[in-house]
Write a protein that binds this ligand. Structure first.
Ligand SMILES: [Cu+2]
Length: 114
């Protein structure tokens, strides 16, 4: 019985070691991917159609979003930080960045064009 338990523990430790090794290997790959993405990032143009502060959502009529291969359209975005909506009002022309996160498209930066 004890031998079996020790074997199980040993297998568990081996698995844990393998997992942490692969986790350690991951960030280096992710960072190079992010760097490339950041370098090609270009703000998209849009116009504010609706602002929902409570739901932290904004409706934008936007031009092409190259980073997401999205043609121009009017759609609702979530916001990364509700304070992004503070200085915006309906009708403002804006420049913004958006990215896909956990199945939602999130505005990560936005500013009105004066
Ligand atoms: Cu869209």
């Amino acid at each position: 019985m004890n031998i079996l338990k020790n074997f199980a523990l040993g297998a568990l430790l081996a698995t844990t070691t393998l997992v942490s090794t692969s986790l350690l290997a991951q960030p280096a790959m992710d960072m190079s991917g992010m760097k490339e993405k950041g370098m090609s990032m270009e703000m998209s143009n849009g116009e504010v159609k609706k602002i929902d502060i409570e739901a932290q959502k904004i409706t934008l009529k936007h031009g092409e979003i190259k980073s997401m291969d999205m043609p121009g359209m009017t759609m609702v975005f979530r916001t990364q930080d509700p304070s992004l909506l503070d200085n915006l009002k309906v009708g403002d022309k804006v420049k913004f960045n958006a990215e896909k996160r956990e199945g939602f498209i999130v505005v990560t930066a936005i500013e009105a064009i004066k």
